[in-house]
Design a protein around this ligand. Structure first.
Ligand SMILES: [Zn+2]
Length: 106
């Protein structure tokens, strides 16, 4: 896993984007933010589990489904299965140690 800082890759309003094996952050200071790093590490695990391509596929499809459901982009994004898991557990810094496989389906 590698951490890079790039304002070009990470859009305004977001702290980071994870594209296995990279975690892209919007600014240098975010490297010290344990919660954000934990959030992105949860995405690394999800991407590994789904061999990356299936993660992207499900991420995109789930976003569209939630967009139709909520008619609100931010709300749709926050309710993508992978984001739900990451946001719900980002404050638990030991979460990944005990995480079960495919935890987002549970
Ligand atoms: Zn996320």
């Amino acid at each position: 896993m590698w951490i890079r800082v790039s304002k070009r890759i990470v859009p305004k309003g977001y702290s980071g984007i994870t594209l296995f094996p990279f975690i892209f952050l919007r600014s240098e200071e975010l490297k010290d933010d344990k919660v954000i790093i934990n959030h992105e590490k949860i995405h690394i695990r999800q991407q590994l589990e789904l061999l990356f391509v299936f993660f992207l596929l499900i991420y995109g499809i789930d976003y569209l489904i939630k967009l139709i459901k909520y008619k609100d982009r931010k709300k749709a994004y926050r309710n993508i299965v992978f984001e739900r898991e990451a946001y719900a557990n980002q404050y638990d810094l030991k979460y990944l140690k005990n995480r079960k496989l495919f935890a987002y389906w549970r």
